[in-house]
Design a protein around this ligand. Structure first.
Ligand code: FES
Length: 91
């Protein structure tokens, strides 16, 4: 068994049909672009996932580690959380 490099944090964004219609797909693209301009010390990967069976709260996403879930979010909420995590990393 071999190891591979993993990011410090992962943002999983649901892009299932309900979440996609409510902004999940656009959020994925925007968050993925935004993370590329973050300082190098912030190791974040953005991964899109399929339905998490929480469609009534669409769009949903989750940050790991920490098990932080956002429901019915706006892009500004994701950006704010990414910035917050970046600040934690810098301290
Ligand atoms: S489509 Fe996102 S939770 Fe179902």
């Amino acid at each position: 068994m071999s190891k591979f490099t993993v990011p410090d944090r992962v943002l999983y964004i649901c892009t299932g049909s309900k979440c996609a219609k409510r902004g999940g797909k656009d959020a994925y693209k925007a968050a993925n672009s935004y993370r590329k301009v973050l300082p190098r010390k912030v190791s974040l990967e953005v991964i899109r996932i399929e339905c998490t069976d929480r469609c009534e709260h669409a769009p949903v996403c989750t940050f790991q580690p920490g098990n932080i879930w956002l429901k019915e979010y706006k892009l500004k909420h994701i950006i704010a959380l990414i910035d917050e995590l970046g600040e934690e990393k810098a301290t």
